[in-house]
Write a new protein. Structure first.
Length: 502
């Protein structure tokens, strides 16, 4: 793997757009793509201009209106989706290495979670559309009412930097499954795995021309050109809340839809009757997996006072023992932050927490020398109040806050005291308490006695400032289709004959 990295450093890849079945040079602005573990350039991203975006949207529109994909059979779409699934798994080692070098995520996680999850998205939607169907209603005498789902059209799919292939593949698979065409924009920070996936799909001739198109660039250039384009029918976006709000504002004049999976500040509640070892395992994963850079991190931790001392002691000891280092090494558990801006952001929150009276229990400083990559020691701060900035704002790092509570009513109120509402975590062996807590948490998903797990049959998304819409099965169907009702008269109805004299 280190040779793979060396090859990229010696001859950085050129990342271009993909429009109407061809890789095309785009605008003159080149953006350096950096390996955060070394600080070295591994690719040059050619930024797509508004004109480039217009050509990509035009290709997607032409393919949707005149091409065969929209009217293809379920079996034909299944074949294509499964071909992409198989292609991803056949290239899992290369894709995992690219993802690790581009994001700094540990190789063990990119190989076993991220890339396999990307493939699974295509398999899932292939299977779902074969079982999915419309509805028929016959309750009204003399009528049959049919409900069907038409593809919505040209979908703009904007992916995040923290799990670029897995999360964007979910959007691509869902949009394609329901017969849409797509314009995809990865983050300009982490474009490498998606660019490689487009190459693999092109090499195998899996999709018709214009069905899947790729543009690249910064949000304020390429992203704004997409969100304001009049021929886009919807946008699915995963990223920050402020950017999501800007996209929705751009969509408003055209009365177009946007599905937004945005920020989170998820509470993880450990009751005294929890299986403590299991809860510790879950809290460690919820706080520090993916280098802590995930929207569903359960890093706002609440521990019941009866078990707080032993739980905190073990949590701090295990956090200090996490293996930090080169993400290409199999033993690494925590890799670098994605870039210097994110590193600086984390350190500002350490200072902010200390200034507001939080106690630093672990980490809170850079790991290694300044030329050794963007590594930070996993951090825990015990907060005297839920109102602190470190408890209210998304930090997106290996950074957990900890609060102690005395009763259920108090902790549910504090857990809900947040602008976000993506995920909630409940640790308790009392089924009644667990279900009661799950019902009262204002989040899109609640995990009970388990860390992060995705069942694609269910919807995933947030409430409040964590987003709009849901991804997965019926949620994606609602996102990528238009419901159509067809009412059929089964017999000649008795209609008033207007304009004819009695």
């Amino acid at each position: 793997m280190n040779q793979f990295r060396a090859d990229l450093e010696r001859a950085p890849r050129q990342v271009t757009g993909y429009v109407a079945g061809s890789f095309v040079p785009t605008g003159s602005t080149g953006i350096d793509v950096i390996d955060p573990a070394t600080g070295r350039i591994v690719a040059i991203l050619n930024e797509s201009t508004p004109d480039d975006v217009d050509r990509a949207v035009g290709a997607a529109r032409k393919a949707f209106e005149t091409g065969a994909w929209r009217s293809s059979s379920v079996a034909e779409r299944q074949t294509a989706l499964m071909a992409i699934h198989d292609a991803i798994l056949e290239n899992v080692d290369e894709l995992a290495a690219l993802e690790t070098i581009n994001t700094g995520l540990p190789l063990k996680q990119t190989r076993t979670i991220h890339i396999t999850r990307a493939a699974q998205n295509f398999r899932f939607f292939s299977e779902f559309i074969n079982q999915d169907g419309g509805d028929v209603y016959t309750q009204e005498k003399g009528y049959m009412s049919l409900v069907t789902y038409d593809p919505i059209g040209v979908c703009a799919l904007i992916g995040p930097w923290n799990m670029p292939l897995g999360l964007t593949a979910m959007k691509i698979a869902g949009a394609l499954a329901f017969g849409n065409t797509c314009v995809v924009k990865p983050s300009e920070i982490t474009p490498l795995t998606l660019a490689r996936l487009f190459q693999i799909i092109d090499e195998r001739g899996i999709l018709p021309e214009g069905v899947l198109n790729l543009v690249n660039g910064r949000g304020q250039v390429t992203g704004d050109a997409i969100s304001s384009h009049p021929d886009i029918d919807m946008i699915s976006f995963t990223g920050g809340t402020e950017t999501g709000a800007r996209i929705l504002k751009a969509l408003a004049p055209g009365i177009k839809g946007g599905a937004m999976e945005l920020g989170g500040k998820s509470a993880s509640i450990v009751f005294a009757d929890a299986d403590i070892e299991r809860a510790l395992d879950g809290v460690m994963l919820g706080s520090f997996m993916n280098n802590g850079q995930m929207c569903l991190a359960g890093s706002r931790l609440f521990v019941e006072r009866k078990v707080a001392d032993p739980f905190i002691e073990q949590f701090v000891a295990r956090t200090r023992a996490l293996r930090i280092g080169d993400p290409l090494l199999e033993a690494t558990e925590i890799g670098p932050m994605i870039n210097q801006a994110q590193m600086d952001r984390v350190m500002r929150y350490v200072d902010s927490g200390s200034g507001e009276g939080a106690q630093l229990l672990a980490g809170g400083r850079r790991h290694g020398e300044s030329n050794d990559g963007l590594y930070i020691e996993p951090t825990i701060m015990q907060a005297p109040s839920n109102s602190l900035a470190i408890c209210q704002e998304e930090i997106f790092a290996p950074f957990a806050t900890l609060q102690i509570f005395d009763d259920e009513e108090d902790v549910i109120a504090r857990a809900n005291d947040s602008a976000f509402g993506l995920v909630g975590y409940v640790w308790s062996q009392n089924l009644e308490r667990a279900m009661r807590s799950a019902a009262r948490l204002r989040t899109g998903t609640v995990m009970v006695n388990s860390p992060i797990m995705r069942d694609l049959r269910t919807g995933f998304g947030g409430v409040k400032q964590s987003g709009l819409g849901r991804e997965g099965a019926k949620g994606s169907r609602a996102m990528f289709t238009e419901m159509k009702s067809t009412i059929i008269a089964l017999e000649a109805p008795a209609l008033p004959r207007m304009g004819i004299a009695d």
